[in-house]
Design a protein around this ligand. Sequence first.
Ligand code: SAH
Length: 199
Amino acid sequence: MQEIIRQYGVSDRRVLEAMAGVDRAEFAGEENKSRAYEDTALPIGHDQWISQPYTVARMLELLIFNFQFSIFNSKVLEIGTGSGWQTALLAKLFKRVYSIEIVPELARLAEMRIEKSDLRNVKIKIGDGKEGWKKYAPYEAIICGADAEEVPGAWMEQLAAGGRIVTPVRGVMTRVTKIRNPKNFKTEKFENYVFVPLV
Ligand code: SAH
């Protein structure tokens, strides 16, 4: 898995180590086990997919490369828990992970897998991620695994000053940074991807 990611030019050691430290087969579901190490998205039911490894690595890199905070002391909000695989990777990188999934069955399965993986710094809730998760805000980082029409206002509000949001917006990988001073936002656009929609 590390090799595949490296071939794409993702070189952040922390991302590569996290990828090596989480077994994707544990999250891909029984029917996908034999294909868990392929660089492709795989179906996990409910019309949803475990993300392609390269895409996840790229998003993590965009999130933490030259980050203004120490990730080990930071909180991340994830929207679209899905299989829980990316959640587990985030748990290896960040101090605390808060993850929201709208499909209850997926949220429950992901929670079980996270527990089985002995990751104790993750909270998952069933709900609409567009509203964020006010209770634990502000977050230094917010990452979304579904294609948004626009970046929801709640995410901007719940982002710490200096923090970052990484999400696809209408098919374009987008990074929004909350500038410390003055208090406004910087938006950067990256490559095109195909994601399931943020509903
Ligand atoms: N990164 C995940 C896959 C994410 S797929 C993995 O590797 O497994 C996108 C997920 O976003 C799906 O599980 C979908 O149900 C969820 N989703 C879509 N709209 C949502 C919303 N409004 N709030 C929370 N989750 C949402």
